[in-house]
Design a binder for this molecule. Structure first.
Ligand code: PLP
Length: 442
């Protein structure tokens, strides 16, 4: 199958509307996960494991919106319960609603270390709030992230702080000083992290070490099994808060999140994505009561440091009810385990195909998070940034082309290299996907 020919002949409706969108929407698309090569697809319908585009082409959906829909897309039992709530209260009142409490309670039920929870608007906002809380409570100034991790798009957490090997910022519009109190450690290096913590003693101390607990980029660079426990010990030694960014892993690697999986208890946990079951305003921060009370009004006498956060639409009934019902439904159906088995089956099948064709590819997974690396580099070595930058450019181009080839064969991935499975991925869906991968690899 000629990939470009597929797009030209079968996706005319998508091309027409996304071309028109360029007049009114910068770049024509608003979602950075939507790959744009050779042009973006316009999706009309989503259900379970499938997406249908404007031209009526159906795809197996391994993007799953970038992770939130562990139950599968457009999951009717949650939709119906959410609809019943908003029929009563509408989507927002700006006042307390019982589903705020129900969401906080159900998170606490599966993650006991999240004693209290504050709903916010997105994972990005939740990271900002966690960092602010860590500074307020510890009195320390610096924050350490582990190289290559994505913690949203705020100024201080910007993805890839510097252009590797230079002093230029990686993203325009962010003043250099914005990241003066953020340090980035090499992935997987406990020694490097310790060095950064020691250096930070002269800079006002480390308020927080924030990690994606599976490893940077949703486990694209997977951590050794004992890494998080070692980071926990270092945080205790240096009086820093350990923040787990569970935006992707929360509920996906199990209802207890990565904390449950690794048996490591963070001080603060950042949520997003699945915490509103794929509905809007997915974000929040939770943790020990003594820290979380600082988000209170300060009028209850419990809050030493009063931390200001806000959001007109934060903690609205729709998002909170959707999160509550989605978590309840994930528990009832065992969705994280089912999605994880689908991820295992997909990965095993991909490995067989890689062997069959003798390709220099690698497939690996952490349950329902599946990585398929076709560039021959594992992106593990953060110590040769210039080399990596060059490789990255070539890799990005290759991933674009692979992503387009998968799409033309009826599979949507995240940027041609990552896949999220869901409860909707039956053995039949995975096997059909593997047949399509077989054609691409051939
Ligand atoms: N943290 C991680 C690990 C993420 O993967 C993401 C988003 O993909 C974020 C934070 C940011 O969350 P949001 O997109 O809701 O702002």
């Amino acid at each position: 199958l000629d990939v470009l020919n597929y797009f030209e002949t079968k996706c005319r409706g998508s091309k027409e509307i996304t071309d028109r969108a360029k007049q009114r929407i910068p770049g024509g698309v608003q979602h950075n996960l939507a790959f744009n090569y050779p042009f973006p697809l316009a999706i009309d319908r989503a259900e379970g494991a499938y997406l249908t585009d404007r031209d009526g082409n159906t795809y197996i959906d391994f993007l799953q919106a970038g992770g939130p829909t562990i139950l599968g897309s457009n999951y009717a039992p949650v939709n119906e319960q959410v609809a019943a709530v908003i029929r009563e209260s509408g989507p927002v009142t700006g006042l307390f609603h019982e589903y705020e409490l129900k969401l906080a309670e159900i998170i606490n039920q599966y993650m006991p270390h999240v004693e209290m929870y504050r709903s916010l608007g997105s994972g990005t906002e939740a990271v900002m709030a966690a960092v602010r809380a860590a500074r307020a409570v510890t009195g320390h100034k610096m924050v350490i992230k582990v190289g290559g991790a994505y913690h949203g798009w705020s100024d201080t957490m910007v993805y890839g702080l510097r252009v590797p090997g230079s002093f230029r910022m990686n993203a325009k519009g962010i003043p250099f000083g914005a990241t003066a109190r953020t340090r980035e450690a090499f992935p997987h290096s406990v020694g490097e992290l310790r060095r950064k913590l020691i250096e930070n003693r002269l800079r006002g101390g480390t308020a927080a070490v924030i990690v994606e607990p599976l490893g940077p980029e949703s486990g694209t660079r997977p951590v050794p099994r004992d890494f998080n426990a070692k980071v926990r010990a270092l945080c205790d030694e240096f009086g820093a808060m350990l923040v787990f960014d569970e935006v992707v892993t929360g509920f996906r690697v199990g209802l207890g999140g990565a904390a449950g999986y690794f048996g490591v208890t963070p001080d603060l946990t950042v949520f997003g994505k699945a915490v509103s079951g794929g509905y809007p305003m997915a974000g929040g921060v939770g943790g020990r009561a003594e820290i979380m009370n600082a988000f209170g009004s300060g009028l209850d006498g419990k809050s030493g440091a009063h931390i200001q956060v806000g959001g007109t639409l934060s903690a609205n009934p729709l998002s909170c009810a959707a999160g509550y019902f989605a978590i309840q439904e994930m528990a009832r159906t065992n969705a994280p385990v089912i999605a994880g088995r689908a991820g295992d089956r997909l990965t095993r099948g991909l490995r067989r195909l890689i062997d069959k064709y003798g390709l220099p590819y690698v497939a690996y997974n952490q349950g329902s998070i599946v990585h398929l690396e076709c560039s021959g580099v594992m992106l593990l070595d953060m110590r040769s940034p210039l080399k990596l930058l060059k490789e990255n450019k070539a890799r990005k181009r290759l991933m674009e082309q692979m992503g387009a080839a998968y799409t033309a064969h009826g599979i949507i991935t995240l940027a041609g290299s990552r896949m999220y499975t869901s409860m909707a991925d039956t053995d039949a869906v995975i096997d059909a996907a593997l047949d399509r991968f077989d054609q691409v690899f051939a």
